[in-house]
Every structure is written in C-alpha cells, then in structure tokens.
Write a protein that binds this ligand. Structure first.
Ligand SMILES: C[S@@+](CC[C@H](N)C(=O)[O-])C[C@H]1O[C@@H](n2cnc3c(N)ncnc32)[C@H](O)[C@@H]1O
Length: 198
C-alpha cells in the first residue's frame, strides 16, 4: 500500500470533528521568531470565546523561542512556560536556548519561563488553569502523559501537530476519551487539537 494511502486511511480511522472558527483575530503583540505555530494565533480569541474560558492563567508545555507563549500573553494575566529549552528529536534546534528565549521575551512581563521537563513539573503542580497548551516532543507516550495532566488541570487544553504527527492525534483522541471531555480539531497549520468540558 502506498504511504499516501496509508496516511489517508489512518486519518479516516482517527477522525476528529472539525473546529470551525467564526472569527479570525490577529493578536496585538506577536514576536518575529521561526515557528510552525504561525497562523494558529488567529483562532485563539475565537476558542476562548466559544468555550467561555477565563483570562487569568495559562500554562504552556513546549515554549522553544516563544511564539505561542507571546500569543497567549495577549489574553491571560499569567502565562507559565515550561520547557527543557534543549530541543528534542523533532525540533531543528537541539542546544540550550533558555537564555536566548528569556532575553527575547523579557518585555512580556506576564510570561514566566521555567527550565524543566514536563515530567518534573507535573509531579508538584496541583493548580487549575484556565487554559493549557501542549507542544512538546511528539511521541504518543509523552503527549498522553503531559496532555492528560493538562486536560485534568485546565478548562481547555490545546495540542499542536495533530495533522503532522499521527502519534499526537492518537494521544489526543485517547486523552479526551479517558478524561470524558469533548474533542475538536482545527486541521490547518499542522493541526490543533482542542479538548474542552462536555
Ligand atoms: C515544537 S517546540 C515548541 C514550539 C513553540 N510552542 C512555538 O510556539 O514555536 C517543542 C519544545 O518542546 C520542548 N520539549 C521536548 N520535550 C520536553 C519535555 N519532556 N519537557 C519539557 N519540554 C520539552 C523542546 O525543548 C522544544 O523547545
């Protein structure tokens, strides 16, 4: 079977209802760094409004150079960004970029960066957040472990790369099922899984 056909069949099997935004709104502040996340910034206000999400706290797992963290800083009083800042097998950049990211995000006072694995962080954090974003290494196991925590500790958890990594897509489907929550997928810009209350 051709790999294209295999991909098509897998997508059909792992189908998720589409998220259809009503409005596309550009955030006031963005930063000019390379990111596969670009384009998703336009639908964040639509998601927050649709699911009636508060504007206090947001936690992000997978910050890299800070594109998505800065997008969230437009809409939340506090954004916590967790990353090893070392890159992973799926990122182009694989050396320490903590200081570089910290310097370029310094002007965004509501973003707090923490150099940690998600594994260490979720052992201790018992808080509930308005919003969570998972964009770490794109394996099934890591997305499931980090994402399950995110889904249980937020009103709405979003996941990047549901179109470009089948493992992420499968993990997101399983998280929604185990957590008893609703799942949508925005199929552009590599895909965004959205898990919300029923
Ligand atoms: C795709 S990048 C994040 C991109 C970012 N959200 C953006 O807006 O461009 C993935 C990031 O996840 C981080 N990462 C990978 N595994 C991790 C883990 N176990 N714990 C914390 N961060 C991890 C990597 O260091 C990398 O910076």
């Amino acid at each position: 079977m051709s790999s294209l056909k295999k991909r098509y069949l897998k997508k059909f099997r792992y189908k998720i209802p589409d998220y259809i935004p009503e409005k596309f709104i550009k955030p006031k502040q963005v930063i000019d760094v390379i990111s596969a996340w670009e384009g998703l910034d336009l639908i964040i206000p639509d998601i927050l409004k649709r699911f009636n999400i508060g504007n206090e706290t947001c936690i992000e797992f997978g910050v890299e150079f800070g594109f998505s963290a800065v997008v969230f800083s437009n809409y939340f009083s506090e954004v916590i960004g967790i990353d090893t800042f070392q890159g992973d097998i799926h990122t182009d950049h694989k050396s320490n970029h903590f200081e570089k990211t910290k310097a370029s995000l310094a002007e965004f006072e509501n973003i707090k960066l923490i150099k940690s694995t998600y594994q260490e962080w979720i052992k201790a954090d018992k808080r509930m957040y308005d919003f969570a974003h998972v964009d770490i290494i794109h394996t099934y196991e890591d997305t499931f472990e980090c994402g399950m925590w995110a889904a249980m500790h937020s009103k709405c958890a979003i996941f990047h790369d549901t179109e470009s990594f089948m493992e992420v897509r499968k993990a997101v489907i399983d998280i929604a099922r185990y957590a008893g929550k609703k799942l949508y997928n925005y199929p552009f810009h590599n895909g965004l899984g959205i898990i919300t209350e029923k």
